[in-house]
Design a protein around this ligand. Structure first.
Ligand code: FAD
Ligand code: UDP
Length: 382
């Protein structure tokens, strides 16, 4: 007979914890969710300022090609037609992103894919020749990868400064995979993602979290570590979504993160920059990008329906204990430390680790949902 009050104690009310709780509850299992922040939602939480949903922990755009995930989230809250099409500002010059025919026109005034291809090929060949003259033929770092992908002009204006600000490291010291995910297109298409589906929940991300957690007991302002023995005693299994190194008392050392600093302002104008996301790609501007939140949910004439706007300047710095961890730094040193924690985690029978902090993995939202589906299926079968 089950004598514990709950089947699952879920530590963390982020997207992973909320999806897990939803799926487990749907299967008739009793869940309690505890969250140390004063609100639910983890990093997708929005704060409403003057009728505008402000992405408090960084701009979030939902995108996926997985129809099951898209149908799942849309059944909880409908998504709008937002398509991410950021602009890059380099020393006052504006360029469309990702790298496409609009960018190539702005950079070189070329009007056809053939003309653009000629310039890109010429610059790529030069990068390849330089590499070969130094004795190797495949890229060893992000700089070489970028030069082979788009050539020198785009690398210098749109990649180098942004990347070095974002990661706090020189492009020659960064792994090449970071840049491979940016699309390069010979069409006039400013859609940042290649996925089939994308959008923002109508009414903001809190609707998604509230929908997932409807009818599920949730306690905020509760830190698992303040009374660990008690929380462990009330459920058959703990689903832990916090930092894995903290769970194991940092016994193998701290994992590193990049953290993001947000400077948010409410302005008395209806439209500040005409787009949700503008990247500042030169190294001398201290922030990486400026977000104008209303453009995620207000389009066309609706933009002027509120004569106010909220803008956030984002800058990225090295994480120190006590700061919010945002981007895992999946370099060799950190991956090796994580591996030691993972071995301990794999031996646990009553604790399951899931999500961005517990798996030390830079998950986007849709993969987090997929992983929670998968984990509930395997844990509930046992
Ligand atoms: P989290 O959201 O971090 O949730 C974990 C929760 O656990 C937190 O609420 C935390 O407070 C709580 N917790 C931790 N420790 C304890 C404890 N001891 N006791 C109680 N509670 C605890 N994804 C996209 O798909 N598109 C985007 O555009 C995008 N943009 C992003 C921009 C930024 C700046 C960042 C950082 C991420 C972005 N992501 C984006 C990724 C997205 O945020 C994650 O996929 C998602 O939020 C991960 O959910 P999670 O539940 O794993 O983690
Ligand atoms: N990037 C860049 N210039 C830009 C935008 C992105 O050089 O204007 C590079 C940068 O190295 C970044 C990577 O492309 O880390 C991936 O960009 P993405 O927008 O996918 O990063 P995210 O913030 O989602 O991790």
């Amino acid at each position: 007979m089950n004598i514990k009050q709950y089947h699952f104690l879920i530590v963390g009310a982020g997207l992973y914890g909320a999806t897990f709780a939803y799926e487990a509850t749907r299967r008739g299992l009793r869940c309690l969710v505890i969250e140390k922040r004063e609100h639910r939602g983890g990093n997708i939480y929005c704060e409403n300022i003057e009728g505008i949903n402000v992405h408090k922990y960084g701009a979030h755009i939902f995108h996926t090609s997985n129809k099951e995930v898209w149908d799942f989230v849309n059944a909880i809250v409908p998504f709008n037609r937002y398509t991410n099409s950021p602009i890059a500002n380099y020393k006052g010059e504006l360029y469309n992103l990702p790298f496409n025919m609009n960018t190539f026109y702005q950079m070189w005034k070329v009007k056809t894919p053939g003309e653009a291809q000629l310039i890109i090929n010429e610059q790529r060949q030069k990068a390849l020749d330089d590499m070969r003259s130094r004795g190797y033929s495949s890229p060893r770092n992000l700089e070489e990868q970028a030069l082979l992908l788009v050539g020198k002009d785009i690398y210098e204006k749109l990649i180098k400064g942004y990347t070095e600000k974002q990661w706090g490291r020189k492009c020659v010291d960064l792994p090449s995979f970071i840049i491979k995910r940016l699309p390069v297109r010979l069409t006039f298409d400013n859609n940042y993602f290649n996925d089939k589906y994308q959008g923002i929940p109508v009414g903001g991300y809190n609707r998604l979290i509230d929908g997932l957690l409807t009818g599920i007991e949730t306690k905020v302002n509760v830190d698992f570590f303040e009374d660990r023995a008690y929380w462990e005693s009330i459920a058959d299994k703990v689903v832990y979504t916090g930092p894995i190194d903290q769970y194991y008392n940092y016994q193998f050392g701290h994992l590193q993160y990049r953290t993001v600093h947000f400077e948010t302002e409410l302005l008395n104008i209806s439209n500040y920059q005409g787009n949700a996301v503008i990247n500042y790609t030169e190294k001398d501007v201290p922030y990486t990008r400026v977000i104008e939140h209303k453009h995620f949910e207000m389009f066309g004439a609706d933009v002027d329906s509120i004569h106010k706007t909220v803008v956030t300047k984002e800058s990225s710095t090295e994480w120190q204990p006590g700061m919010e961890p945002y981007y895992p730094v999946n370099d060799e040193r950190n991956n090796a430390i994580y591996e030691k924690y993972r071995i301990l985690a794999d031996r646990e029978t009553n604790v399951h680790f899931g999500g961005r902090l517990a798996e030390y993995k830079y998950y986007d939202m849709a993969p987090v949902i997929e992983k929670a589906f998968h984990d509930v299926n395997s844990l509930v079968k046992e």
